[in-house]
Unconditional design. Structure first.
Length: 276
């Protein structure tokens, strides 16, 4: 049976970037440089590497003109770009909800504009996804993120808790998601959290409650580049990883596994195109 390919992707780049001020007083966070290209190029390249060619960019009203000026129609990247403005800072799920009409009842792949995956090959999945999928990374400071409780025997997600004081695992939910067309009704029925936002964790937990949430582990480096330290770390990790990969590629087939910033190699499995 032919796999169902996801063609539509969404980059959520509408945040105010308050943690990166004063840099973000004059530009969108997603336009700041990360090594050799603007930050937003990294999530776009991640989506493209996974077979997506029709991309919606959601940006804030202050700097959307700069984003459009940089990216244009997408033709130069062999992509098609559309744009949506998030007038109200009402959360990740609020930004995603703006894309319902554009999605045209199709499944979508969603990525946060400040999330950088150093090796896109590591993200590709080998099966159809029914419902939703999250991409998990083992971290040392899970209390900073949404954290997944996993039943490894049954290979399912039991719950996701946003920034827990006592995390039930070290597996954080990174900023890459796959959703089927039920996501729009979920968002419409969300209630704002205590901070007045529509939370993506609540969206994910609805799929968990239905038993329709799958997950994939991210072995290679990942950075949430929303602070000065993480922005610097992203550049450092890209450079280090590329140098390490260049050395290892001479030794044949391999897969690089990131363990708290230290790289090792394991035998590489065949990679199939990501689909849903």
């Amino acid at each position: 049976m032919k796999k169902k390919q996801i063609k539509k992707g969404i980059v959520l780049a509408g945040g105010n970037g308050t943690r990166l001020r004063p840099l973000t007083y004059v530009t969108n966070k997603s336009l700041l440089p990360v090594y050799d290209k603007p930050m937003i190029y990294h999530p776009i390249e991640t989506l493209k590497s996974m077979g997506v060619n029709d991309i919606m960019i959601v940006s804030s009203p202050d700097h959307v003109g700069q984003v459009v000026q940089l990216l244009g129609s997408g033709r130069s990247m062999d992509l098609k770009f559309s744009y949506e403005i998030q007038d109200e800072a009402n959360g990740i799920a609020g930004a995603l909800g703006l894309c319902e009409e554009w999605a045209n009842d199709e499944s979508v792949m969603v990525i946060l504009g400040d999330n950088i995956y150093i090796d896109n090959d590591d993200l590709k999945i080998q099966k159809d996804v029914d419902g939703a999928m999250i991409f998990l990374k083992h971290v040392q400071d899970p209390e900073r993120f949404g954290v997944a409780e996993i039943d490894f025997d049954k290979k399912r997600i039991k719950s996701i808790v946003e920034k827990p004081k006592k995390p039930k695992s070290n597996y954080c939910v990174t900023g890459l998601y796959i959703f089927d067309n039920r996501v729009w009704d979920i968002i419409k029925n969300l209630k704002p959290s205590g901070r007045g936002e529509l939370e993506i964790t609540d969206v994910n937990n609805q799929y968990v409650a239905w038993g329709d949430m799958e997950y994939k582990m991210v072995d290679s480096p990942w950075v949430d580049a929303g602070t000065f330290d993480s922005l610097h770390s992203a550049t450092t990790q890209i450079v280090n990883y590329r140098h390490f990969k260049e050395k290892m590629i001479e030794k044949g087939e391999f897969k690089i596994v990131d363990t708290n910033g230290k790289y090792r190699t394991v035998k590489k499995k065949p990679i199939l195109q990501n689909s849903i």
